[in-house]
Design a protein around this ligand. Structure first.
Ligand SMILES: *Cc1c(COP(=O)(O)O)cnc(C)c1O
Length: 426
């Protein structure tokens, strides 16, 4: 001290994200020497002078460029707040993004991003299956605003998808794409680079480049970095791994300052930003993110192997079990840093068998959501994906006997003991 709170190295030694997560972006001198960033539970901020207030608004409303070293001033918590700004700085670190903006939910991040880019008459491409809420948004809500949404199946190589998708688009300009990989709940993967290259070419002859957005909730921000594979933006439900304790709802999007600009503007006017308390909780959570995700992934390996060997389990969908002869094996190897901690598996006796298993669990809780410290199990067909018609579920590989398991950080042998006794009920 004194040092720049955004310093990322000691001399020439670059610091890793997990080391920066406790301090990056926060200057204790601005908060009475507090070690931790306080909760700035404020709606509004006092200007030192009328001139200062005028200067802050000029920057906030883009009336002029920032001068050398000029930082945006604090105005009002719908526009900015220290807990949000410091959180956003820290969120850029794992994905090495230029900028991040946070939202009060993952759906707020996704909806605000899509509405910022798509206009009536535009085409939006999306992978299938999607998280239930995103699925509803693209199939029911956006078409009412005149946005034509076209889906493609996850788990199929980009070269195979290209002719069908190109025909469906029919030369119209594509405005944006929403890709979720691995897909929820099937764990099928999408080739981010291959699909980004294809979609970026779908300008309809115009000069507007389609914005490729990747929902990275399942593997990110540790085990997959879509910005390195051709995507323009990363979306998160921060409710899941980033929050990690099943005690808050939040979302984020990451990308270049320029790509995020229209989304940031719409966030201000739709009021979908995170509150200071949620922002503070997320900073608390980011400090242990790597430890939690690593512990959960180690447990998931034991669980996947156990399920794979179990006579009452008919199939296991886990990235760690992807076989070399799988057409997506090379994509997985190239695109993912690790297999994560989400497992889908099928038991005998269809929905009845799945329900008997879920009802018998004791340590693992029967609840939707994922990425928390505790293990959770649910039945996608009748719960998270209940609004997907049965024919579409079948097409997406979502069977009535499928259970989705989010493996937590408990001792792995306790999780296995619970699964073992619950499978006896099947
Ligand atoms: C949970 C989830 C969302 C939605 O996030 P909320 O925080 O619940 O609004 C979006 N995408 C994926 C993959 C999710 O798991």
């Amino acid at each position: 001290m004194p040092r720049d709170p955004k310093q990322k190295s000691i001399d020439s030694h670059a610091l890793r994200p997990e080391s920066l997560m406790m301090s990056y972006g926060f200057d204790p001198r601005l908060s009475e020497g507090a070690l931790k960033c306080p909760i700035f539970q404020n709606s509004t901020f006092v200007f030192e002078s009328a001139e200062a207030g005028k200067a802050f608004f000029e920057l906030a409303y883009g009336l002029r460029e920032a001068g050398p070293g000029e930082e945006p001033g604090l105005i009002y918590s719908r526009l900015n707040n220290p807990d949000l700004e410091i959180l956003e700085d820290r969120l850029t670190l794992w994905d090495e993004a230029e900028a991040a903006i946070t939202f009060e939910s993952g759906m707020a991040a996704i909806a605000t991003s899509l509405l910022a880019y798509c206009r009536p008459g535009d085409v939006l491409i999306h992978s299938e299956p999607l998280y239930g809420g995103s699925e509803y948004l693209v199939t029911n809500v956006l078409p009412e605003f005149g946005i034509d949404t076209i889906g493609f199946q996850a788990g199929i190589p980009a070269a195979e998808l290209a002719p069908v998708l190109t025909e469906k688009v029919g030369g119209r300009p594509v405005r944006a794409a929403l890709i979720e990989t691995p897909a929820n709940p099937t764990n099928d993967i999408v080739d981010i680079q291959g699909m980004s290259d294809l979609i970026h070419g779908m300008t309809g002859g115009g000069d507007q480049r389609p914005v490729v957005m990747v929902d990275n909730t399942f593997l990110g921000p540790l085990w997959q970095h879509p910005l390195d594979h051709g995507a323009d933006m990363v979306l998160y439900s921060a409710t899941k791994f980033i929050g990690g304790h099943s005690d808050l709802i939040a979302g984020a999007c990451l990308g270049s300052t320029e790509t995020l600009h229209p989304i940031r503007v719409l966030r201000t006017f739709m009021g979908t930003m995170t509150g200071p308390w949620t922002g503070w909780l997320l900073m608390r959570s980011l400090e242990t993110l790597k430890m939690r995700m690593t512990a959960a992934m180690k447990n998931a390996r034991y669980v996947a192997d156990f399920l794979d060997d179990h006579p009452k389990v008919t199939s296991v969908h886990y990235l760690g079990l992807i076989r070399e002869n799988d057409p997506m094996f090379e994509v997985y190897r190239h695109q993912c840093v690790g297999p994560g901690s989400l497992i889908a598996f099928e038991v005998k006796d269809g929905e009845a068998g799945a329900f008997r298993f879920l009802n018998a669990l004791q340590l693992v809780k029967l609840a939707v959501s994922l990425g928390g410290t505790e293990s959770l199990a649910e039945h996608p067909g009748t719960m998270t994906h209940a609004d997907v018609p049965p024919d579409d579920q079948a097409r997406m590989g979502l069977s009535p006997s499928m259970v989705r398991l989010s493996v937590g950080v408990e001792h792995y042998s306790d999780i296995l003991a619970d699964l073992e006794q619950a499978l006896e009920a099947v």
